[in-house]
Unconditional design. Structure first.
Length: 230
């Protein structure tokens, strides 16, 4: 994990509190319930007063594999236009990630003069997720799009109050997904299906199955005891 002193450690609960405060601020500002699905594009442009743009970031910045960027001084968020052709979950998560940088990090970087020569504070790549600043922005995005209470309520609708513990990589029986009848073997190969059921129950229509899987694990609702990731 990055130990850059410009980005102090912040635990999950504090990040979740900041995300929830922003959610409440949006509800007060808009007079509307803040999802799910959470209207992250409206938040960026209406509540935060940032400009949201779409561009070829590889060409614009001259570096490959960039998902999003935030120009703090210009109050401008740019999402790589390739994400417009991908799943909505990846696009919305990247937008929420940039909101995380704006909320958690902009004052710190501006006050310490850490903007780079182009005034560009953050360039976000998937391969940089292990860095502290990126982990914090990812955690913020997860909390904003998938608040704990809503996720827990959706999970319990299908799976009850206890966590699902994954002991096997492959399922021992086939899943049943019929009206009024649902059953699933909580095996590693089924985690995306588990996530999709939670997405459906909670109406998290702008969240990917991968993001929901990690959120369920973060909340202790899905426990992987196999020692394998996939």
């Amino acid at each position: 994990m990055d130990t850059n002193p410009l980005v102090p450690w912040m635990d999950r609960s504090r990040i979740a509190d900041r995300a929830e405060k922003l959610r409440q601020d949006y509800q007060s500002f808009s007079g509307q319930k803040a999802g799910p699905p959470f209207p992250v594009e409206a938040l960026i442009e209406q509540n935060l007063g940032l400009t949201l743009e779409y561009d070829d970031l590889e060409e614009l910045i001259g570096e490959p594999d960039i998902l999003g960027a935030l120009w703090v001084e210009e109050k401008r968020v740019v999402i790589d236009n390739r994400l417009l052709d991908s799943t909505e979950g990846r696009f919305c998560f990247t937008c929420a990630h940039e909101v995380g940088h704006w909320t958690l990090h902009r004052d710190l970087l501006v006050s310490r003069g850490s903007l780079n020569r182009r005034g560009q504070a953050f360039i976000c790549r998937k391969v940089s997720a292990h860095l502290r600043v990126e982990w914090q922005a990812n955690t913020f995005a997860s909390c904003l799009l998938m608040p704990e209470e809503a996720v827990s309520r959706a999970f319990q609708q299908y799976f009850g109050p206890d966590p699902l513990v994954i002991h096997n990589r492959k399922p021992c029986f086939s899943s049943t997904n019929l009206p009024g009848l649902r059953a699933i073997d909580p095996a590693l190969e089924n985690v995306k299906e588990i996530a999709s059921w939670v997405i459906e129950a909670g109406k998290f229509s702008n969240v990917s199955k991968e993001a929901m899987r990690y959120r369920l694990e973060d909340l202790g609702l899905l426990i992987n005891s196999t020692g394998a990731d996939k």
